[in-house]
Design a protein around this ligand. Structure first.
Ligand SMILES: NC(=O)C1=CN([C@@H]2O[C@H](COP(=O)(O)OP(=O)(O)OC[C@H]3O[C@@H](n4cnc5c(N)ncnc54)[C@H](OP(=O)(O)O)[C@@H]3O)[C@@H](O)[C@H]2O)C=CC1
Ligand SMILES: CCCCCC(=O)/C=C/[C@@H]1[C@@H](C/C=C\CCCC(=O)O)[C@@H](O)C[C@H]1O
Length: 347
C-alpha cells in the first residue's frame, strides 16, 4: 500500500532557525504483511512540540530525546484509528495514541507501543489527548503540583511565560484551580493577551514584544511573584526572577527562547540573576513530565473532569494536512499558535 510520510530533509544547524524546507513529504510503501502483536492504524492527529527542535540536531543535547535521522520519517505524539489488528487487545475502530507516532498517513505499530483512548472523556474532542488531556495538560498540572508549592489560602501570585501556548494557557488556569490568588501571563501578541484575560481568567497579561516586562510586573504583581511557571527562559525569565519573593519557586518547564542556540539544557541563568536566585532562596529544579508516569492516570482523570465542567478552557490551533506539518512546527517555534498546535491528518 502506498502512503505519504514526512522525513527530516535537512538540519537547521545547532544555532539555526528551523524552516519548512527542513522537512520533506514523500511516498512510501507500507508492507501488507503484519506480524503477531502488530496493529495497522490510520493517522488522525499529530502533535508538534518545541522539544522537536532538539531532535533536528545531530546531537539532541539531552539523554532522553533521540535525534531524528536525515531522510528518515520523523515522529512524535499522535492519535489514530485501528484499521487492522493482530493484537487481541485492540479491535477495528479503536482510537489509540502513542508518544512515538511516525509522521505518515498510515502505519503499523506494535500493540505494546499504543494505548486506547476514550473520546467520551473529552466530549469527543479526540485531539485533546495530545493537548489538555494529554502530555501538555499533564505537564501543566504535574509541574505545578510537583514543583510549584502552591498552597490554598496563601495568597500566592503566579506568573506564566509562554502563557498563551499549550502548556502556559493551561498552567495559568490550573494555578487558580490549585489555589493561587493572582495569575499574570506573559506572551507575544495583544490578541493572545486579550484571550488570556477574557477567556482563560488570567488577571492580567503582558505583551513582551511591546511592553517593558519589569515595569509591568512591578505594577501587576505589587507583592512580588511567588510561583513562576517558566516556558521560555532568556530575558523574560531574568525579568520575572528579579520580581520573585524570598523562598519562592520556579517551575522549570521549558526554555524555548534558547532552543535555536548551542547551549546546554537547562541553560544556566545569567550571573546577576543567579545571584538573586541564590540570595532569595528561589528553587529552580528541573521538571520533566516523563518522570511522573505513575501519576498520569489520576491526573488525566482530573484534567478531563475540569474540561467537562468548563473549569479548564481549551484552545487549539489546527492545521490541516500532513504536508503542512513542517510549517506547523515552524509556527510553534515563532509564536503562530494559540493553545495547542495540532495537525489534522485525516477525518
Ligand atoms: N518539562 C516538560 O516535561 C515539558 C516541557 N515543555 C516545554 O514547555 C514549553 C511550552 O511548550 P508548548 O506548550 O508545547 O508550546 P507552546 O504552545 O507554548 O508554543 C511555543 C510558544 O513559545 C513562544 N515563543 C517562541 N519563541 C519564543 C521566544 N524566543 N521567547 C519567548 N517566547 C517564545 C511562542 O509564543 P509567543 O507568541 O508568546 O512568543 C510560541 O507560541 C516549551 O519550552 C517546552 O519545551 C513541554 C512539554 C513537556
Ligand atoms: C532539551 C529540551 C527539552 C525541554 C523540555 C521539553 O520540552 C520536554 C519535553 C518532553 C517531550 C519529549 C521527551 C521525550 C521524547 C522521546 C522521543 C525520543 O527521543 O524517542 C515529551 O514527550 C514530554 C516531555 O517531557
Amino acid at each position: 500500500m502506498i502512503i505519504q510520510r514526512v522525513v527530516l530533509n535537512s538540519r537547521p544547524g545547532i544555532n539555526g532557525v528551523p524552516t519548512t524546507e527542513n522537512f520533506r513529504m514523500e511516498e512510501a510503501t507500507l508492507l501488507d504483511k503484519m506480524s503477531e502483536g502488530q496493529v495497522k492504524v490510520r493517522t488522525l492527529y499529530l502533535s508538534v512540540d518545541p522539544y522537536m527542535r532538539c531532535r533536528m540536531n545531530e546531537n539532541s543535547g539531552s539523554d532522553y530525546i533521540l535525534p531524528w535521522k536525515l531522510s528518515e520519517v520523523a515522529s512524535g505524539g499522535g492519535i489514530g484509528i485501528v484499521e487492522e489488528t493482530k493484537d487481541a487487545c485492540f479491535s477495528i475502530g479503536d482510537f489509540v495514541t502513542s508518544f512515538n507516532w511516525p509522521w505518515q498517513t498510515k502505519t503499523i505499530l506494535d500493540g505494546k507501543q499504543i494505548e486506547k483512548i476514550d473520546p467520551h472523556l473529552v466530549d469527543g474532542h479526540l485531539s485533546y489527548f495530545l493537548g489538555a488531556a494529554g502530555l501538555t495538560g499533564l505537564t501543566s498540572l504535574l509541574g505545578i503540583r510537583e514543583k510549584g508549592h502552591v498552597t490554598r489560602g496563601a495568597n500566592q501570585t503566579m506568573v506564566v511565560s509562554g502563557a498563551a501556548g499549550a502548556c502556559g494557557s493551561l498552567a495559568g488556569q490550573i494555578g487558580f484551580l490549585e489555589g493561587c490568588s493572582r495569575v499574570v501571563g506573559i506572551c507575544g501578541t495583544n490578541e493572545k493577551c486579550s484571550i488570556l484575560v477574557s477567556e482563560m481568567g488570567f488577571d492580567a497579561a503582558i505583551n513582551y514584544k511591546e511592553e517593558d516586562v519589569v515595569q509591568r510586573l512591578r505594577v501587576l504583581c505589587p507583592d512580588g511573584v511567588d510561583v513562576y511557571f517558566d516556558n521560555v527562559g532568556g530575558d523574560i525569565s531574568a525579568a520575572v526572577i528579579g520580581q520573585m519573593t524570598p523562598n519562592s519557586h520556579i517551575i522549570l518547564c521549558g526554555q524555548i527562547s534558547q532552543y535555536n542556540k548551542d547551549v546546554p539544557y537547562p541553560p544556566p541563568l545569567p550571573p546577576a540573576t543567579e545571584e538573586i536566585r541564590k540570595a532569595r532562596n528561589i528553587t529552580r529544579e528541573r521538571f520533566l513530565v516523563l518522570n511522573y508516569m505513575d501519576k498520569y492516570p489520576a491526573s488525566t482523570m482530573q484534567l478531563c473532569q475540569w474540561i467537562k465542567e468548563g473549569k479548564l478552557k481549551v484552545r487549539e490551533t489546527v492545521v490541516k494536512g500532513l504536508e503542512n506539518i513542517g510549517a506547523a512546527f515552524q509556527s510553534v517555534m515563532s509564536g503562530g499558535n494559540i493553545g495547542k498546535q495540532i495537525v489534522h491528518v485525516s477525518d
